[in-house]
Design a protein around this ligand. Structure first.
Ligand code: NDP
Length: 289
C-alpha cells in the first residue's frame, strides 16, 4: 500500500496563501490589516528562530507584526507591564509571549496577563476552559495544526482509536480533546504508561508529542495508521529529528508527518489564522483603529 507523506509545508502554505488572499479585503473593510505582537525575552537561539519564523509568516501573509525583544534580566513586573500595554493597544490583535521564559518569571502569571481576546496561542485559562467546555475559543496552534493535517489528508477521526503520547497543556491534552470532539476514542499515554507498545499497536491515529528522538519505532505502529509526529529534537548532528523513527515507521504507517516539514510549519500557519480570528473577534466588540 505504501506510506503517504503528510506534507505540512505544502498544507501550511495553502493556509497562508488563503489568508494572504483575504488581506486586501480586510483592509478595505476595516481600515487596517491584523497585527500580531510577539514578545521575546533573552537570547535563547531556538526561541529566536521560532520568533523569526512567526514574524516572517506575518510578512508573507501581509499582516502587521511587532517584535518586542526584552533582555534576559527583565523583571516579571516589567514584562507584565509590556503585556498590559499591548492589551490596551487598540491596533494590536494578538499578543504572544515566546516560551520558555527565564526562571525568575512565572510563566502562568504572564500567560494569564494576556487578555483572552488577544491570546493567539490559546493558553489563557479562559480559552482552555472554553475548549474543554466545547465553547467558542482560540484553539492552541499546534493541536489545531494536527487536526488540520488530518483533514487535509481525508483522515476522519470518527470512530477511530487515537492514541496521544504526551499530556502537556500545550500539545497532548488539547489535541486529545480535539480528537474527542471529532468522535475518536482517545487514549492518552505518558511517562508512567505501562506497555506503551500494546496501546500504540492498536492506534488508527497516533499523535506523538514527547520530545524524545526515536521514541516510536515501526514495530509500535499499526499497519496503515496515521502517525503525526509533533516532536522537535535537535540531534548531535545539529539536525532536527522527530519523536518517531521515520524510516521504520514509514515502512508500516499509512500516513506519516516528516520532521522537519510536518507539524512545525502548521503551527505557524495556525498562529496566522488565530491572529485573523482574534482581529475579527475584536471587530464586533471594539474599534480596531
Ligand atoms: P512536555 O515536555 O511538556 O511534555 C512531554 C510529555 O511526554 C509529558 O506528558 C511526558 O509525560 C511524556 N513523556 C516523556 N517521556 C515519555 C516516555 N518515555 N513515554 C511516554 N511519554 C513520555 O513537552 P511538549 O508537549 O511541550 O512538547 C513535546 C514535543 O513537541 C517536544 O519535542 C517539543 O519540542 C515539540 N513541540 C513541537 C511543536 C511544533 O510546532 N511542532 C510545538 C510544541 C512542542 P509526563 O507527563 O508523565 O511527564
Amino acid at each position: 500500500m505504501g506510506c503517504q507523506l503528510i506534507d505540512g509545508k505544502k498544507v501550511s502554505l495553502e493556509v497562508k496563501d488563503a489568508l494572504k488572499g483575504r488581506m486586501a479585503a480586510l483592509k478595505e473593510q476595516y481600515g487596517r490589516v491584523p497585527c500580531l505582537a510577539v514578545i521575546i525575552v533573552g537570547e535563547n537561539p531556538a526561541s529566536q528562530s521560532y520568533v523569526r519564523g512567526k514574524v516572517k509568516a506575518c510578512e508573507y501573509v501581509g499582516m502587521e507584526s511587532r517584535l518586542v525583544a526584552l533582555p534576559e534580566t527583565v523583571s516579571e513586573a516589567e514584562l507584565l507591564s509590556v503585556v498590559d500595554g499591548l492589551n490596551r493597544d487598540a491596533a494590536v490583535d494578538g499578543v504572544l509571549v515566546q516560551l520558555p521564559l527565564p526562571a525568575h518569571i512565572d510563566e502562568d502569571k504572564v500567560i494569564n496577563g494576556i487578555v483572552p481576546e488577544k491570546d493567539v496561542d490559546g493558553f489563557h485559562p479562559r480559552n482552555v476552559a472554553d475548549l474543554w467546555l466545547g465553547a467558542k475559543c482560540t484553539v492552541p496552534c499546534t493541536p489545531k495544526g494536527v487536526m488540520h493535517l488530518l483533514d487535509a489528508y481525508g483522515i476522519d477521526p470518527a470512530g477511530k482509536l487515537a492514541v496521544v503520547i504526551g499530556r502537556s497543556n500545550i500539545v497532548g491534552k488539547p489535541v486529545a480533546k480535539l480528537l474527542l470532539d471529532r468522535n475518536a476514542t482517545v487514549v492518552m499515554a505518558h511517562s508512567r504508561t505501562k506497555n506503551l507498545r500494546e496501546l500504540t499497536l492498536q492506534a488508527d491515529i497516533l499523535v506523538v508529542a514527547v520530545g524524545r528522538a526515536g521514541l516510536v519505532t515501526g514495530d509500535m505502529v499499526k499497519p496503515g495508521a496515521a502517525v503525526i509526529d509533533v516532536g522537535i529534537n535537535r540531534g548531535a548532528d545539529g539536525k532536527l529529528h522527530g519523536d518517531v523513527d521515520f524510516d521504520s515507521a514509514a515502512a508500516v504507517a499509512g500516513y506519516l508527518t516528516p520532521v522537519p516539514g510536518g507539524v512545525g510549519p502548521m503551527t505557524i500557519a495556525m498562529l496566522m489564522e488565530n491572529t485573523v480570528e482574534c482581529y475579527l473577534g475584536r471587530i464586533s466588540t471594539c474599534s480596531l483603529a
